[in-house]
Write a protein that binds this ligand. Structure first.
Ligand SMILES: Cc1ncc(COP(=O)(O)O)c(C=O)c1O
Length: 477
């Protein structure tokens, strides 16, 4: 596997800025880094042994080993984390083959890398079909069109998500109405949905944020009761599972992103998946300029639609990564379980609760931070200290509904025609009722997926870093 160690920095497009320490290193170098760390560990252990022989002076040495890097100690994690994205030389011939074929687009042709990827990804998910798109945003736009979201409709959305989820609804000239976030799960709180349904509500978009499945049974039950469509935003949830089924097969349609930072990346790219063939046929038609397709074949003419097709270059990249996605996911899940077990033992750190019988895939691994258990240390100081320990972290999403995007839409000519002043006022007021989401935005700390691609010792370093910061929080706060 290769990673571009010359690239200036990792950029994440789903709303995170990950500080600060260098994370981009060629995977091939990792072994050297590990053995160097091994050396440091051995040296530290040796110092501890000498310390215990030497009585009081020994205690001082042991203390030094435990000291947080922010207080001059040695960072809990030495060396680099896995770099992202990664690629394999073995993938190159197929990309070159696309180039030399001169057939770079799947337009009018079911055969080729895009079709191969669609079949393989649908199979990996247990979906009926997969419609590959040019991005996750394009997948959301396509899915919303396929379930019939139109101008003036309302769509219930999770507020704790990348901004593209909001924007896809706005682009259809519909109103994104936010359900609250459950602070225990970081996903849509089903108990907050029904009070937000109006006679204009057409669909619900649960977001499996950071790769953590939403409580889909509860959401689907409400949707069925009110005759609403469910479009899963599974853009961060490749292979995540809920009660034995994969995310992207649990609602009416599911949407994925294959953007550069994602677990299966092709630069840009996306997919619409599901098990309901007529909706999938409508999605295929919509993403292909509205061409007649499947259940829509009989019409012969174009329907409304846009060009959101994926290129064969992207298809060739993605088809070759499915095996890697499966093995990387297993590694992240094993390491995620270990991290949860370790962090759970630390007072004031609350790992996320997943729905019963579900598996997250950890695009980010998030936990909630309670400063009270850390001598009142504000989250930002905790994060800085964690970063100094060699553990880059992010505070996740903020309360983006106050950031101006919604005002821009609501004040626009089109939205003013579509929504009454009374509705806009009650909508604005409702943004202040998102208490659970506010809490989540203010207390979450998350580490990026690459930190779960290392060894068990790497994971233990993260736990050790948090433990140390807590032990010395009185001096750090
Ligand atoms: C939750 C979520 N929804 C939607 C998107 C949009 O996907 P894309 O960036 O591929 O358009 C992303 C991607 O970053 C995402 O993380």
């Amino acid at each position: 596997m290769h990673a571009d160690s010359k690239a200036p920095s990792v950029r994440f497009f789903d709303g995170f800025s990950l500080p600060i320490r260098k994370t981009r290193v060629c995977i091939a170098m990792k072994h050297d880094e590990l053995s160097r760390r091994e050396f440091v560990r051995t040296a530290t252990a040796g110092a501890g042994a000498i310390a215990s022989l030497a009585g009081g002076a020994g205690l001082a040495l042991a203390d030094a080993a435990d000291k947080p890097a922010a207080l001059g100690g040695t960072p809990a994690h030495q060396g680099a984390w896995a770099s992202w994205p990664q690629w394999d030389q073995a993938w190159e011939p197929q990309i070159l083959e696309v180039l030399r074929s001169g057939v770079w687009s799947p337009a009018g042709n079911d055969e080729g890398p895009v079709g191969d990827f669609e079949k393989a990804y649908a199979q990996a998910l247990g979906a009926n079909d997969c419609v590959a798109t040019s991005s996750g945003t394009a997948a959301l736009l396509t899915a919303l069109a396929a379930v019939g979201v139109e101008a003036g409709d309302e769509v219930i959305v999770s507020p704790y998500t990348f901004i593209a989820t909001y924007n896809a609804v706005l682009a259809h000239h519909a109103l994104p109405v936010f359900a609250d976030t459950d602070p225990a799960t970081l996903t849509m709180d089903p108990a907050s949905i029904e009070s937000r349904i109006t006679d204009r509500t057409r669909a619900i978009i649960p977001v499996h944020i950071y790769g953590m499945p939403c409580d889909m049974d509860a959401i689907n039950t409400i949707a069925q009761k009110h005759n609403l469509a469910v479009v899963e935003d599974a853009c961060q949830a490749w292979l995540a599972e809920y009660k034995g089924k994969k995310c992207g097969t649990l609602g009416d349609l599911g949407c994925f992103s294959f953007q550069n930072s994602k677990h299966i990346p092709s630069g840009e790219g996306g997919a619409v998946t599901g098990v309901k063939q007529p909706l999938l046929d409508r999605a295929r038609s919509y993403h292909d300029c509205g061409r007649a397709f499947g259940a829509y074949e009989g019409r012969g003419n174009f329907s409304r639609g846009l060009n959101y097709r994926m290129t064969h270059y992207q298809g060739a990249m993605l088809h070759q990564q499915i095996a890697k996605l499966i093995s990387d996911t297993k590694r992240r899940q094993e390491n995620g379980d270990r991290l949860t077990a370790g962090l759970r033992e630390i007072p004031g750190i609350e790992p996320v609760r997943l729905p019963e019988n579900s598996r997250a895939v950890w695009h980010l691994y998030a936990f909630r931070y309670n400063p009270e258990a850390f001598s009142g240390m504000p989250r930002i100081k905790f994060m800085r200290a964690l970063n100094r320990e060699g553990v880059p972290c992010s505070s996740g999403y903020a309360q983006q509904y106050f950031d101006g995007l919604l005002d821009e839409a609501l004040n626009s000519r089109g939205f003013q025609r579509l929504f009454s002043a009374e509705r806009v006022k009650s909508y604005r007021d409702s943004l202040h009722e998102l208490k659970g989401n506010k809490q989540v935005c203010e207390t979450t700390v998350a580490v990026f997926q690459t930190l779960l691609l290392g060894t068990e010792r790497d994971v233990d370093d993260i736990v050790e870093a948090v433990r140390r910061i807590q032990a010395h929080s009185a001096s750090l706060a």
